[in-house]
Ligand binder design. Structure first.
Ligand SMILES: Cc1ncc(COP(=O)(O)O)c(C=O)c1O
Length: 408
């Protein structure tokens, strides 16, 4: 069957040609503006998922669209065999967010690739092979990144593929890390806030302790900022909330190019000095189009007051939700940093909230079955937050909770 994709109506038959790796909702979004998206039947929604923390500038942001169109009109792709001006500019802009001089950047196309590169670089720079990663973490679906993802459900059926020299520490516990790290450890992988794991924000100074402990052992810290980076938490990198935290490698993807695929692995000067030509590569990584988009995203995110505004809006959402659910026994916690927020409920209530919100035109995501995750575009407006909160209020006042509150 030949698909003429513009005119062909997507039917179960056409959809069934897609490999069955995703549990998909039967809905297709065809247009967006700001935080609003429209589905193929013309229904309107406020999107608090943003392509899973990707569409930080929302939809159809004029600066992003014009950067992409202008670049597409001149050249979309060349090759890393040649100089790419947008890439060089982007690399120096990203390196400027590190806390010391001399950082270098390798570009790829996704978060998993950025982490995969990070591990290769850490092995090369240290000559060691052991990794310490965190329980409940998520770092990607390639063989190596799956191996350092601390959630067993993702390993199922692929155990034979897993890299074995990985030790697991309890996320948020410096004590637990102390027991696992030693002079054979090449790197510690850590998310500054666990995203897929249910929006878990570690305690004060935890990340600083991680980097201090690693340094004492000659171990590198890979800070996975794939979900948290590019202003999501109100700082360019979430780990910058802790002044003493000094990672050696930082990985990025998701929001960096506002919706075009990109990954970036930032390495300190001393890690960079161990990497030689040919050690790693990518056909598409950092191509002219994706890096033009990323530069446009940075123009907006780095503009004066933008990240402070993210923090303010995040506080408004968190405090609003805490008020709405303060008497609701089925809500265990409202937590988050900036515009990365988790509403921890029992799983039945989380599913109920998601479908109640959807019926009223709000898109939210549930992770870990019991955490409603909100990662809206960073450009979300105060009025949109208010209307989301009034929808949440309507849910809280009408929802009849039938299960025991402890039932995750
Ligand atoms: C912290 C973190 N690292 C890595 C990844 C993997 O990114 P990708 O899906 O782009 O490979 C994700 C994706 O959700 C993530 O949240």
């Amino acid at each position: 069957m030949v698909l003429r994709y513009r005119n062909e109506k997507v039917t179960r038959e056409t959809e069934s040609s897609i490999l069955n790796t995703y549990g998909r909702q039967q809905i297709s979004f065809v247009r967006g503006k700001g935080c609003t998206v429209w589905d193929s039947s013309g229904r309107e929604y406020i999107d608090l998922v943003a392509g899973i923390a990707v569409n930080s500038l929302g939809y159809s942001h004029p600066r992003l669209v014009s950067a992409i169109c202008n670049q597409a009109n001149s050249v979309i792709h060349t090759s890393n065999l040649y100089e790419i001006d947008n890439q060089s500019v982007l690399a120096s802009r990203l390196a400027a967010h590190a806390q010391s001089a001399g950082w270098k950047v390798f570009f790829s196309n996704s978060g998993a690739e950025a982490n995969e590169a990070a591990i290769k670089f850490a092995f090369k720079a240290t000559g060691r092979r052991k990794i310490v990663s965190m329980d409940n973490s998520f770092h990607g679906r390639t063989a190596m990144t799956l191996s350092v993802t601390g959630q067993r459900k993702y390993w199922s059926g692929f155990e034979n593929l897993l890299y074995k020299d990985v030790e697991w520490a309890e996320y948020g516990s410096a004590e637990s890390l102390r027991e696992k790290i030693d002079s054979d450890t090449a790197c510690v992988m850590v998310e500054p806030v666990q995203g897929e794991g249910g929006v878990i924000v570690p305690g004060k100074d935890y990340l600083t302790q991680v980097t201090e402990m690693a340094r004492k052992n000659g171990t590198l810290v890979i800070m996975d900022e794939v979900q948290t980076g590019v202003g999501r938490t109100g700082r360019f990198f979430a780990h910058l909330w802790e002044e003493g935290c000094r990672p050696d490698i930082i990985t990025m993807a998701k929001a960096l190019a506002g919706g075009l695929p990109i990954g970036a692995t930032l390495v300190s000067g001393s890690v960079a000095s161990a990497i030689r030509q040919g050690d790693h590569g990518s056909t598409f990584g950092g191509n002219p189009l994706s890096t033009a988009a990323a530069n446009a995203v940075l123009d907006v995110v780095e503009s004066s007051g933008f990240m402070a505004d993210v923090s303010r809006k995040g506080e408004m959402l968190v405090s609003g939700l805490r008020r709405v659910f303060e008497k609701a026994q089925y809500v265990h916690e409202v937590r988050g940093k900036g515009l990365m927020i988790g509403l921890d409920m029992d799983s039945k209530s989380a599913a109920g909230f998601k479908s109640f919100a959807f019926d009223r035109g709000f898109i939210v995501n549930v992770t870990h079955e019991h955490v409603v995750r909100l990662v809206p575009p960073l450009v979300i407006g105060v009025e949109e937050i208010e209307s989301f909160l009034s929808m949440a209020r309507a849910f809280a006042s009408s929802y009849v909770h039938a299960e025991p509150a402890s039932g995750h």
